[in-house]
Design a protein around this ligand. Sequence first.
Ligand SMILES: C[S@@+](CC[C@H](N)C(=O)[O-])C[C@H]1O[C@@H](n2cnc3c(N)ncnc32)[C@H](O)[C@@H]1O
Length: 414
Amino acid sequence: MQSLLVLGRQPALGLAELESLYGAGKVRPVGDKVAVVDIDPCRLAFDRLGGSVKFCKVLSTLQTTDWRQIEQFLTDTSPEHSRRMPEGKMQLGLSAIGLDVRPERLQATGLSLKKAIRKTGRSVRLIPNKAVELNTAQVMHNRLTGPNGWELVFIRDDEQTIISQTVEVQDIESYTRRDRGRPKRDTRVGMLPPKLAQIIINLAAGQLPQDKLESICDIPAGEPVPKPLLNKNILDPFCGTGVIIQEALLMGYSAYGSDLDQRMVDYSTHNITSWLRDWYDFKTVTGIEKADATAASWNAFPPIDFVASETYLGRPFTVLPKPEILAQTVADCNLIIKKFLQNIHGQLKPGTRLCLAVPAWQIGPDRFKHLPLVDRISDLGYNRVNFEHASGNDLLYYRANQVVARELLVITRK
Ligand SMILES: C[S@@+](CC[C@H](N)C(=O)[O-])C[C@H]1O[C@@H](n2cnc3c(N)ncnc32)[C@H](O)[C@@H]1O
């Protein structure tokens, strides 16, 4: 059985993340916001993915994209499926991606399925479609991934339609707690969303040992998920308030961090040791120290396997500054990050992978000024990692009105 992921707001990031973890050959983009991954849904660790919002298992593929034929198939097969579900009221939801169908039509199809299922003696609640896709909150609040829930997601795949069933959606409440719940935060150093931290970690870590991840399948809903211990050490040399360290620990890595600013070292230490530990008993090791990333030697920490970091992003502009101010900021950031890459080079084993969120400045709608070092990474002794399903230029995280974007630079030490 195959897994299907509905990608987040910036699909290229989600695709690169999947490719990084599972290999290009196992990932197939479908349209512009979905990927089919050739991994049994039972073995896919969805809670580790920051770039996908919905996780489905593929049920069937129809050789048509005509909604009438899809509807007929559903009316024929749904009553039989509902018989196999546990007793009790069933929650039914429908979503369509890339198909020529309007919400009203989807709703009408839902009503005829409801009628067909009720004939088998089971009561059904249909979740109304305000849009063709039910969002994450609707799926969660209506328990569509619970034992009596059934969300069917239809995706156009050229001349075919993939029918899939939602297994899990991104746990918005958990992400919010891991972000806003942290006692020490600082708007000036930026607020790295935990899901972006997960993407950065996954892009840095590369392919996962699949056997270690099997343990998190088949966990009953509501039970804590045991995190596999991956026995790898991650370093964040610009750790700020510690979001990357936190997410790396939750993902089963040992995580180390350093920052130039003692206040940030104190913030990270407090967030990890006096807050994260209160509600999550992580077994891996952590260490946080004050250090200038352009000169530090991290020899108090064990050998580093990956570097995952949101580096210095310069001044937090809310509007595009004058050209000379922007030029100065670009030069300052470029110098710090370049000196850091030169400094850490000799401390990493050849082949060590790094994912750095570096600044890029939005100088027009979807037009960016990149750090000069991005195009000269080879001169610094690193190779750029190329992705088959996402271009390096698309690995940008930003919102339309944001001046400072984060560009994800995925490189290996030569
Ligand atoms: C964008 S913030 C990182 C925020 C972080 N991801 C978090 O979770 O809060 C960049 C951090 O780099 C630190 N920094 C700036 N220059 C540095 C240097 N030369 N060495 C180490 N840290 C530095 C700043 O103090 C700041 O905390």
